[in-house]
Design a protein around this ligand. Sequence first.
Ligand code: HEC
Length: 162
Amino acid sequence: MSQTDDHTLIRRFSIIVVGLVLLTVVLIFVARSLQLEPDVDANPSKRASAEQRIKPVGGVRVGAQGAAALAEAQAATASAQSAAAEMDGEQVYNGSCVTCHEAGVADAPIPGSDQMAQRLIEKGMDTLVMNAINGINVMPPRGGNPGLTDEQIRAAVEFMLP
Ligand code: HEC
């Protein structure tokens, strides 16, 4: 390869490199003018939902205000618990069991039906209650309401019997 050949090659190569650099600069300006960067402030609901997603899961309250809020929360929990504890069999049934058992969804025995009577004869009350507590086949444990006590389940089963 002669020296002139080398010179031509280097010149051409430099022209290509400079051309590519210029093209890059042009593309940067084109992209900027199109404003392709997301503008968070343009959409308030997007900003709000992002803030909702990243907000802390809990807060700490201190002083008198905190003590008052804590007492209020404890009272609310206690009254909700006692309301739940006072439910009788019928109320438990209507609250947690009715959706499946009233219509016999997935062969759930309908209260007062022959099928219910048959199960009672075959298995006995204790087994029925145990199965209602632990779940049986499609039926979820405690009818899907883990807040119910064993006594409440028993009361609901008693209510369902013929
Ligand atoms: C998601 C629907 C669903 C809910 C809610 C549900 N059950 Fe059931 N339950 C079933 C199905 C289905 C069966 C029949 C399961 C089987 O024998 O295959 C069943 C069966 C039973 C049985 C008979 C168990 C046995 O051993 O034969 C009792 C008792 C019972 N449920 C009580 C309850 C009580 C009490 C509740 C409410 C606390 C409740 N169920 C809520 C679907 C449900």
